[in-house]
Design a protein around this ligand. Structure first.
Ligand code: ZN
Ligand code: ZN
Length: 276
């Protein structure tokens, strides 16, 4: 019996006679398509979060705003400019990944019977833990004074983070961030549905962490706030530099004792400021 393909769209895509993506203008066309998608995703996600929490429901969430100061003049413009450069870098990485996939070098797969259903959540966890580890140590390295000035200062110019800070990196940092996921795809099997899900998590968590409004519910510190990073955790990183280097989870910060000692208080403060 032919293996059951979960991805109907993908199987259609497979049956289509795809051009050789290494030929002619295809690498450029792929990069342009990725650029439109990645840039569109940036404006869509950051825009929806900004409109929801800063405009449409401003009064409801005012009490949960972490830093009370106003944003610096021109901050959003600068963040958007660097985010567009990051989008371009991620687009090149995406185009190269598609070419590698077409040539059969990646471990992206489409049939669930290849590794079983149990592997779907496991692969997501493996990818996230590896991304966490890479980012934590990369981030620590980027905070070495010489490296910081050159690579990471652009991101920290946003002393008070905003949804638009999520993708605002110096091109060198953007490059270091863009290469990791394609590299993992070469070595660790992942179903393409899980990959899409991971990309959604990446997009949402980066905007949530830079929102500067604590959106997790009351008492979340005691439930998952100890282990999962949110806006309060990351706002303390942008404010004090020397704490809270993690990406999704807090375990590296806890193991290496780089978690801000004021995190619990700051989260409780955000809770206490909430309206009943
Ligand atoms: Zn940093
Ligand atoms: Zn940040």
């Amino acid at each position: 019996m032919a293996p059951f393909r979960v991805g109907f769209l993908f199987s259609l895509f497979y049956k289509m006679n795809l051009p050789d993506f290494t030929s002619g203008f295809w690498p450029l066309i792929l990069t342009a398509i990725f650029f439109l998608v990645i840039m569109g995703r940036y404006f869509l996600v950051a825009g929806i979060f900004y409109c929801t929490f800063y405009i449409w429901f401003r009064s409801k969430f005012e009490a949960r705003k972490i830093n009370q100061k106003n944003y610096k003049k021109g901050q959003f413009k600068k963040e958007i400019k660097y985010s567009l450069i990051s989008s371009l870098l991620f687009s090149v990485a995406g185009a190269i990944t598609v070419i590698l996939w077409q040539k059969g070098y990646t471990k992206v797969y489409t049939t669930t019977d290849l590794y079983g259903w149990w592997y779907l959540p496991l692969s997501l966890l493996i990818y996230m833990l590896l991304q966490e580890t890479y980012y934590y140590w990369l981030h620590r390295w980027m905070h070495k004074p010489v490296v910081f000035k050159l690579v990471h200062k652009v991101h920290h110019d946003s002393r008070i983070a905003s949804p638009f800070t999520a993708f605002s990196f110096h091109p060198l940092e953007g490059f270091l961030q863009a290469i990791f996921l394609p590299l993992l795809l070469l070595f660790i099997p992942i179903h393409y549905f899980v990959l899409i899900f991971l990309l959604v998590i990446m997009s949402l968590s980066s905007v949530i962490n830079h929102l500067d409004i604590e959106i997790y519910p009351k008492n979340s510190y005691n439930i998952w706030g100890k282990w999962v990073i949110g806006a309060t955790h990351h706002s303390l990183h942008h404010k004090y530099y020397k704490y809270n280097f993690g990406l999704y989870f807090t375990f590296w910060d806890r193991i290496k004792r780089t978690e801000s000692p004021g995190l619990k208080k700051a989260m409780n403060l955000a809770e206490n400021r909430q309206k009943p």
